[in-house]
Design a protein around this ligand. Structure first.
Ligand SMILES: CC(C)(COP(=O)(O)OP(=O)(O)OC[C@H]1O[C@@H](n2cnc3c(N)ncnc32)[C@H](O)[C@@H]1OP(=O)(O)O)[C@@H](O)C(=O)NCCC(=O)NCCS
Length: 186
């Protein structure tokens, strides 16, 4: 076992400081956002009565994957602020492979909008279908739990521009909702 040197022992080497966790990334420098991918299998306990992936499980997979996309983009603690429209376009059956991918597609000052996609894959035939598509918004927080700026998003390719435009419309819906249905005390 390796004993840490006593910081009070003048004869010993200086204590090595603990590595400091990164405090986010430069919020003024545009950053590229990468896809985060997770692959899983649909087990029976994640199925609905039709024997297909339960919607709540799909949302859980998407939310976790999307949160990782935001962590990697902002290098900050993030919280889910809202789930936006999520379309369940096709079922994924028990025993099939489920691939979840997400990427930050729009950024505000402290918030990020993530596009999430869930693909179902027949493990024997290899047939794949886009089963679920939706958006989730997150807010980056500082060490005191207050919203903190995130870097601007680099938008360069045609696909990034397309997804960014959709993200902008999602943001408009969020703003409208906040105006017309403001928070009230319980
Ligand atoms: C999300 C949260 C941090 C926002 O805090 P707030 O004090 O309302 O923040 P502000 O009004 O200063 O807004 C900060 C940002 O959040 C966005 N925001 C606030 N409420 C939002 C909502 N309901 N949906 C989407 N975005 C929202 C604002 O648009 C703003 O974005 P911008 O900086 O990019 O313009 C706060 O409402 C919260 O902590 N919610 C609970 C989160 C949670 O428990 N999630 C589930 C578990 S992870």
């Amino acid at each position: 076992m390796h004993a840490a040197p006593d910081a009070g022992d003048a004869a010993g080497p200086p204590a090595t400081p603990h590595p400091q966790p990164p405090r986010g990334v430069d919020p003024t420098r545009p950053r590229e956002a990468g896809w985060v991918m997770t692959t899983d299998i649909v087990f029976p306990h994640h199925a609905n009565t039709m024997g297909t992936l339960f919607g709540g499980r799909a949302l859980e997979l998407l939310d976790i994957n999307a949160a990782i996309a935001c962590y990697r983009f902002a290098r900050r603690t993030v919280v889910t602020a809202s789930t936006e429209a999520i379309d369940f376009r096709a079922p994924v059956h028990v025993g099939e492979i489920v691939e979840v991918r997400s990427r930050v597609v729009w950024t505000g000052r402290t918030s990020m909008i993530v596009r999430g996609e869930l693909v179902g894959e027949d493990p024997r035939s290899g047939e794949r279908r886009l089963a679920t598509v939706g958006h989730i918004s997150f807010v980056a927080l500082d060490d005191d739990g207050r919203p903190v700026p995130v870097p601007p998003l680099l938008v360069e390719t045609a696909e990034q521009r397309h997804h960014h435009a959709i993200g902008g419309r999602v943001r408009e819906h969020i703003q409208l909702r906040r105006v017309h249905d403001p928070l009230e005390d319980a």
